[in-house]
Design a protein around this ligand. Sequence first.
Ligand code: BES
Ligand code: MN
Ligand code: ZN
Length: 484
Amino acid sequence: MSTSAFIVPIDPKAPSSVVPNVDLAKLWATVPRGEKVDVGTTRIFYDTPATKITAASSLGDNFATKKGEAKRELVRKSVGSAVKALKALDGLKEVTVDASVDPHASAVAAHLALYKFSLKTSPPSPFNPNLKSPIPPKLEIKAIESSKEWDRGVTYAYSQNLARTLMELPANMMTPTATEFAGIENVEIFVRDEDWAASKGMNTFLSVTHGTNEPAKFLEIHYKGAPQRDAQPIAFVGKGITFDSGGISLKPGDGMKLMRGDMGGAATVVSATLAIAKLKLPVNLITVTPLTENLPGPSATKPGDIIYAMNGKSVEVDNTDAEGRLVLSDAIYYASTEYKPHTLIDVATLTGAMVIALGEIFTGVFSTSDELWKRLHAAGEQEFDRFWRMPLSEEFGPQIYSSNADLCNTGGRPGGSCTAALFLKAFAHGIEAEDGSNAETAMKWAHLDIAGTMDATRPTPYQENGMTGRPVRALIEYVRGLAN
Ligand code: BES
Ligand code: MN
Ligand code: ZN
């Protein structure tokens, strides 16, 4: 059995390759004529070239006519399908990819496709939190020709896979992320405790921690990569509920285990921050994530409790399961007032209604800024990590402004994702006024609801089922776009 293989994405109408000593046109001619070769159809040729394996994977019948986004996605599907086929082979150690068509997309697909989370003990799992020494990946993947684009793609996928792991790990096993940042330049990490949060008046955040014995943390990561060290930063805020039982408004048991991923916002902004720092993108970035469990312990917040948020507004907790907006409201207010970012993006597994609206295909984006929306949309298309714009409108206001407090944390079933977004808007300090009068100086804000895209129930050619780690790649790409 060979230990080494090549992956060659091929255009079935013009098969060729840079693999030395392999005549791909001749090999591909052995594939039966007239057969449709959909993208990802993979043929494995053993002992080709001698002692090795070549996996030729179709780019689809019409590859030559495709451009831009569509073309990139064909490359991802082709390379991902080949990795999927090869990782099933015993004894294979090393895969070399002909990435010449698109090195970035090839690297992303190869590394995402290789990933599979499991805590089964045989064979030993690299995800076991008790490991004494790390287990190397099953396959080592490299490109035939090295390039900056390939390396960048590896960093994108590595970060997305990190987010997938953080989201998959059950709520009793979360490993500290800080070690991932070891040795990375221009990064400072602060782990604040509950006393710190209390001194800041973060009462809506703290109201969620009352039902659990697990101490809450407020994580801050500061990355200073801008040429001017004091340049205005971008801010990321990520919802970090390490387990969401619903609290006193307890969720039904069916599928509750998915709520181990309710820290997906935190996992994705932290992982994207890691990539941005590794790639040394020339921006300043502040990433904050309120981290806590939402459990129904004896001191838990009760439906009807009214709490004063850090910005002084009174908030009625009508339903303790609408905890995401409670932890985010203080975090968004804190980040926007303390660091005065030019742009603030929060990412959250916020509402079940989002799953209903856009399923697992698109992340919903609510934004005060057309420009920010355009940039996010473009980044999402570039990486096929797609966004759909949702309405951020005061017309939904009566649904959340009509209780005994300034705001109520639920707004009923109609437009559930839209009322949640509007709730958060009350805490985004310095955003553009309705009449646009402060457009020049206003903070651009976008809220990304990833409740639907958090988890994939169907495999794709380059991602298995499970926690997705979206939108890590789109966030990195957005910041890279800003920097250029
Ligand atoms: N974490 C959930 C939202 C969620 C649901 C994420 C499904 C991923 C998949 C959130 O905290 C929640 O429970 N939201 C409630 C809000 C409601 C009580 C107003 C919801 O959407 O049902
Ligand atoms: Mn909840
Ligand atoms: Zn939640």
